[in-house]
Design a protein around this ligand. Structure first.
Ligand code: C5P
Length: 237
């Protein structure tokens, strides 16, 4: 079975992140580095984690004019990350430019292009808040619309809530990757996550990769926690 777990390294210190990466690298598919860790530890940490052989998902959610996003994506490709995020609401041209920059830079370096993932509607936004920023209609409608636009722009993957996976699978090509956070097992604390599924349920619904943070990195034994989650996936096969 393919291991679908990316662990979110939502810790402030490079050394803590590296220790987690070293102890977990044989139990997971890779590690997600977000804004806090990247702003404090920088590209050097990405290189150090890549040096352990682990895959990296650089979750910086780029949102800017197409030229600027394309250059940031090219820089991420040079860091040799395997996945990265952009905001789909940056528009068709921005998504096209990001995907082209990933393909062209990777081709020039002779390596596979990373998966550029579109982020649709932030899960922290409620429907009235979405309407407040000028988007009429429902969150679900806006997610579907942005995913469709992303597919038209040549995007090969999206980030979504686990509860959106089954519906999106009916709208997108089978090869399109869906990456989902919000994974919680029956015994896990939900924390600030409100709409969750277990790892097995998310994979069953059609998720390609799972981003799991606190249930692994905050566990007393992170490696055992990762292996327990993996075992629930293996039972399905
Ligand atoms: O600790 P937890 O498993 O909730 O971590 C989930 C990770 O996925 C965090 O890094 C969080 O920022 C990220 N994420 C999320 N929901 C989104 C987008 C990203 O939980 N909609």
């Amino acid at each position: 079975m393919r291991n679908p777990i990316y662990v979110a390294l939502d810790v402030p210190l490079a050394e803590t992140a590296l220790q987690l990466a070293q102890s977990l690298s044989s139990s997971v598919a890779g590690f997600k580095i977000g804004k806090e860790l990247f702003v404090s530890a920088g590209p050097d940490l990405v290189r150090r984690i890549r040096d352990t052989g682990a895959s990296v998902f650089l979750d910086l959610k780029f949102h800017d004019i197409p030229n600027t996003v394309a250059k940031a994506v090219a820089a991420a490709v040079r860091l040799d990350v395997q996945m990265l995020t952009i905001h789909a609401c940056g528009g068709l041209e921005m998504m096209r430019a990001a995907e082209a920059a990933a393909q062209e830079t990777a081709h020039a370096l002779g390596r596979p292009a990373p998966l550029v993932l579109g982020v649709t509607v932030l899960t922290s936004l409620s429907n009235p808040e979405l309407n407040q920023v000028g988007v009429a209609g429902s969150i679900g409608h806006q997610v579907d619309r942005l995913v469709q636009l992303g597919v038209d722009a040549g995007m090969r993957g999206f980030v979504c809530s686990p509860l959106e996976v089954a519906n999106l699978r009916t709208l997108i090509p089978e090869s399109t990757a869906l990456v989902t956070p919000g994974i919680r097992g029956p015994g896990d604390a939900a924390g600030d996550q409100k709409r969750t599924l277990s790892a097995a349920e998310a994979i069953e619904a059609g998720a390609t990769w799972l981003v799991i943070g606190r249930p692994i990195y905050a566990a007393a034994d992170p490696r055992a926690a990762a292996q327990r989650i993996l075992a629930t996936l293996e039972q399905r096969v």
